[in-house]
Design a protein around this ligand. Structure first.
Ligand SMILES: Cc1cc2nc3c(=O)[nH]c(=O)nc-3n(C[C@H](O)[C@H](O)[C@H](O)COP(=O)(O)O)c2cc1C
Length: 197
């Protein structure tokens, strides 16, 4: 180790990549993920994936070197994360096209293989999206954490981060979802925090 640095503390961090299935700027599902990130228990680092809209329509002919830059970024973010958290609306009893398109880009490359994934449903009226999503994820060999795939009891629409954060029951549920990812290797990344002498 660099002698100019001293180990100040050892932090064990679980990184979670949060993917929203809605591209709407004022998306309720995005608000849920932002609330999950803001209220994450210590030891968890939730990062929102920002590139869903940049991914081109999946085409096997494009799935070769050089890969589209947005696809390479998506795959790299998935490779680096310990776990994934998805919150998506239901469109016509199914997965929104933009989210399904993103998943299609990583079927062959395998970034979801054995990756712990939780999927949250933020609408009591949506009965189809969660089963469809978990079926697709399992087909991609993701480790779908069933206990962490929940429907949040959110009645108010539209949802804002502040209203979600002010609901202790919902925040407890979101924290519990994250804690289901808190497993020993291969799920944990160890980060060393160092500071100058
Ligand atoms: C094209 C379209 C299709 C929809 N289909 C369904 C549906 O099948 N079932 C359902 O419960 N809600 C459906 N909805 C309602 C959305 O799931 C709901 O508005 C959701 O809150 C949108 O999420 P967002 O705020 O994150 O964008 C649909 C909305 C749109 C725009």
């Amino acid at each position: 180790m660099n002698p100019g640095l001293k180990l100040s503390h050892l932090t064990v961090v679980t990184s979670v990549l949060a993917i929203c299935g809605s591209l709407r700027a004022k998306s309720s599902n995005l608000a849920v993920l932002q609330a999950a990130a803001a209220s994450a228990p210590s030891g968890f680092h939730v990062v929102l994936f920002q590139g869903l809209a940049d991914l081109p329509p999946f085409n096997p002919d494009l799935d070769r070197e050089p890969f589209p830059a947005s696809v390479a970024r998506f795959r790299s973010e998935l490779q680096r994360t310990d776990a994934v958290l998805i919150c998506s609306p239901e469109y016509a009893h199914g997965i929104p096209g933009s989210l399904k398109n993103a998943l299609d880009w990583v079927v062959g490359s395998g970034e979801f293989s054995r990756k712990p994934v939780a999927a949250i449903n933020a609408s009591l009226s949506s009965a189809y999206v969660l089963p469809a999503l978990t079926e697709t994820l399992r087909t991609m060999d993701a480790r779908v954490v069933s206990e962490a795939c929940i429907t949040l009891p959110l009645k108010q629409k539209p949802l804002h981060v502040s209203t979600i954060i002010s609901d202790p029951q919902v925040i407890r549920s979101l924290q519990q979802v994250l804690r289901h990812h808190d497993r020993r290797p291969p799920y944990l990344a160890v980060g060393l925090a160092v500071s100058s002498l």
